[in-house]
Design a protein around this ligand. Structure first.
Ligand SMILES: NC(=O)c1ccc[n+]([C@@H]2O[C@H](COP(=O)([O-])OP(=O)(O)OC[C@H]3O[C@@H](n4cnc5c(N)ncnc54)[C@H](OP(=O)(O)O)[C@@H]3O)[C@@H](O)[C@H]2O)c1
Length: 433
């Protein structure tokens, strides 16, 4: 098993595997199934994965079935069978070749998921087979089975669904770190969040509710205003038909204390000018570069050309703070771990709850991405590794007729079998358009 085709997460920095603060112990004495036991080794593993095969439109993501002998887990690793995976804006960027942390194609996309531990490696004492966990990585999570460091798995509260588990890491860690570590939100402050109906936007809104008397200005398409207002956005603003700067100034002539900017370009300049004295702008994305499923060089150039440019002197004279945030560049595993446990505590207390917009099976990945590209989602879009029911049935039939040597019809199901190398086989199956 090699490269990005392996259900292993090679891109994790070493520090991430050694948090000082281990996750709460699961029953350590419970019998552990080791992936390296002879019985486990004999059984080949077959799993579905969404592979980015090149940069471009939706057609570049292929659903493949991979077959391989069971992986040998390294010390400290666990094998997780994923039940749900999160779709993030980063994957829209990655598909177009605009996400610099994603390895070159072919590569399995996905940064977060949730599922059940199927095997544990040596030295793992605080996770056991059968545990429901959330798991994270920089890439490689859009597949049925993954091998991750146990320290990048987090036990799921009993009442948490797999969909909710997969919706937490990227959106909520980002929201939490920006609000509490960088912008230091406090009672009585005001916050402007763009894309307020999206995954991060809803996480930010919920976290703002944990602090008394915080006013939230949120930009979103008009059809989503009722939902985000119910979720805690004090002033929803339709950025498509109105000038959001004017709208904010009508309500709060002095501006706002905190601007969280995922858009880039001229919106970063607007955000900076909207800040009250001693206010904080956190820049954390460049969604303005994306106008559709394919790369738009003009939009990229416009965003780059209009970006905020400041000298240290001007910054000093403006009495404002400008921060940048990128979760992908946080290599301190302990920091990530600590934040995840705080978030799980907030979930347990009923203070945060991911809003699931929609769930799509792996073969519907195009529809899932379209939903985000076309700005329809309110909350998190989830991908389900398990085949759609009919597909599962077809697969069962195919497996049956494989053992019965008369394969005539069912070979159609697999569109193409590609890349048989070493001991691993990859089979491409048809994804829905
Ligand atoms: N720096 C980091 O570590 C980090 C981590 C996570 C996310 N982010 C950034 O945070 C932003 C939100 O990410 P997310 O995953 O939560 O996505 P999301 O907000 O769920 O994204 C989709 C929604 O954003 C709005 N939108 C605004 N401009 C858009 C565009 N150009 N294309 C498509 N939709 C657009 C649309 O809603 P409305 O029309 O209703 O606004 C759309 O429904 C992205 O910019 C992402 O790159 C950064």
């Amino acid at each position: 098993m090699s490269g990005e085709q392996a259900p292993t997460l090679q891109q994790q920095p070493e520090q991430e595997t050694k948090p000082d603060e281990p996750p709460p112990a699961a029953a350590a004495e419970a019998p552990q199934e080791s992936a390296s036991s002879p019985a486990a080794e004999e059984k080949p593993l077959s799993w579905r994965a969404l592979v980015l095969t090149g940069h471009g439109g939706y057609e570049k993501i292929k659903l493949q079935v991979k077959t391989q002998t069971r992986p040998q887990l390294q010390a400290g690793e666990v094998l997780v069978r994923l039940k749900a995976c999160g779709l993030n804006f980063a994957e829209l960027l990655g598909k177009q070749g605009l996400y610099e942390l994603l390895p070159a194609p072919p590569v399995i996309l996905g940064m977060e998921g949730s599922g059940v531990i199927e095997a544990v490696g040596e030295g793992v004492t605080d996770r056991k087979v059968g545990d429901r966990v959330i798991a994270m990585s920089r890439s490689g999570m859009w597949q049925e089975v993954v091998v991750v460091s146990a320290n990048l798995t987090f036990p799921m509260p009993e009442q948490m669904s797999f969909e909710e588990g997969a919706a937490i890491p990227v959106n909520y860690i980002t929201a939490y770190m920006m609000l509490f570590e960088m912008a230091n939100v406090r009672p009585g402050k005001s916050v402007l969040i763009h894309m307020a109906a999206g995954g991060v936007g809803i996480a930010v809104t919920q976290l703002c509710q944990t602090v008394p008397d915080v006013t939230v200005f949120g930009t979103a398409s008009a059809s989503k205003h009722e939902t985000i207002a119910q979720g805690g956005v004090t002033h929803p603003i339709d950025y498509r038909t109105k000038d959001y700067m004017e709208e904010i100034r009508k309500i709060s002539p002095k501006g706002v204390d905190i601007v969280l900017d995922p858009l880039g370009g001229s919106d970063t300049q607007k955000g900076f000018s909207l800040l009250k004295p001693l206010g904080t702008l956190v820049v954390y994305g460049a969604a303005n570069c994306v106008t559709g499923q394919k790369k738009n060089l003009l939009a990229m150039a416009k965003t780059w050309y209009n970006q905020l440019s400041l000298t240290a002197l001007k910054l000093m004279q403006s009495n404002k703070a400008v921060c940048g945030f990128h979760l992908g560049y946080i290599t301190d595993g302990e920091l990530i771990s600590r934040t995840m446990f705080k978030l799980l505590e907030l979930y347990d207390q009923g203070k945060i709850k991911p809003r699931i917009d929609s769930c799509y099976h792996f073969e519907q990945v195009t529809d899932a991405m379209k939903r985000m590209h076309e700005r329809q989602n309110i909350g998190k879009v989830i991908l389900l590794p398990e085949a759609k029911e009919e597909e599962a049935k077809e697969e069962e039939e195919a497996a049956e007729s494989k053992s019965n040597p008369e394969p005539a019809e069912n070979v159609e199901k697999a569109e193409a079998a590609v890349d048989e190398k070493e001991e691993e086989a990859t089979e491409e199956v048809k994804a829905e358009d």
